[in-house]
Design a protein around this ligand. Structure first.
Ligand code: ZN
Ligand code: ZN
Length: 120
């Protein structure tokens, strides 16, 4: 019997930081792209979608913990002209929507405490 093998998982469990992974508060995972729905009124279902965290960089983990993420088709995520990672207007729009949604259940101050500033 390998003692180390038994010890390892316990140690890992203690060290690992607890992080919440709630579902998106904006978008159900059902194969649709959030921006196809929003911009094109299209409920087309995709086989491949990317999970997009609305507030990126150092705020990515906060987006994860607050459920501020959506599913996007590749065109709307990175490839197309209006892709959120290519088009500053789309990025602004998503920031705006994300904060609005968060503030349905929290106040402005709570948002700023987590994300550092208001995007509205
Ligand atoms: Zn799309
Ligand atoms: Zn993204």
């Amino acid at each position: 019997m390998d003692q180390d093998g038994l010890m390892f998982p316990k140690e890992q469990k203690v060290k690992k930081k607890r992080m919440k992974h709630p579902h998106s508060i904006l978008h159900e995972k059902n194969g649709t792209c959030y921006l196809c729905m929003l911009l094109n009124g299209s409920y087309k279902k995709y086989l491949f979608l990317d999970e997009h965290h609305i507030f990126g960089g150092p705020n990515r983990k906060h987006s994860e913990e607050t459920g501020l993420k959506v599913w996007l088709c590749l065109d709307h995520h990175t490839m197309g002209l209006l892709a959120v990672h290519r088009c500053p207007d789309t990025m602004r729009l998503m920031h705006w929507i994300g904060q609005q949604e968060y503030e349905k259940s929290h106040n402005r101050q709570q948002f700023i405490e987590i994300f550092g500033k208001s995007y509205l």
